[in-house]
Design a protein around this ligand. Sequence first.
Ligand SMILES: [Zn+2]
Length: 117
Amino acid sequence: MKKIFFIIFLMGMIIGIILAGLYPNFQTYQQKRKNVISLMEETIYQETGAGNYKCCIDPPCRMCFLGNWIWEDGICECDTMIDQDKMDKVCPECIRGIKEGRCTSTKLSKGTCPILN
Ligand SMILES: [Zn+2]
């Protein structure tokens, strides 16, 4: 009887090794999601540091990156809009971030964040 369990265990191991060989890049949805999010955040931070992603909150918004706001090509101009007092052009995620106290707007150096005034 013990022999049967050993054989089943061995078969499982062999099938596992074969599957791992056939699909070396297999990832679960959650693993893929985690990788995509961390790559996205890394890219946004790099572009923020390079001065190309002009966001006004920290951590920076994702909405502009994903192209879900008025800017094209995944850029963010929310901080520029705040500086020009065009609050209607600041993305909703940035507005929410400012309300949550995550404002890093360049206007901060001149006083306080615009919406909170
Ligand atoms: Zn934004």
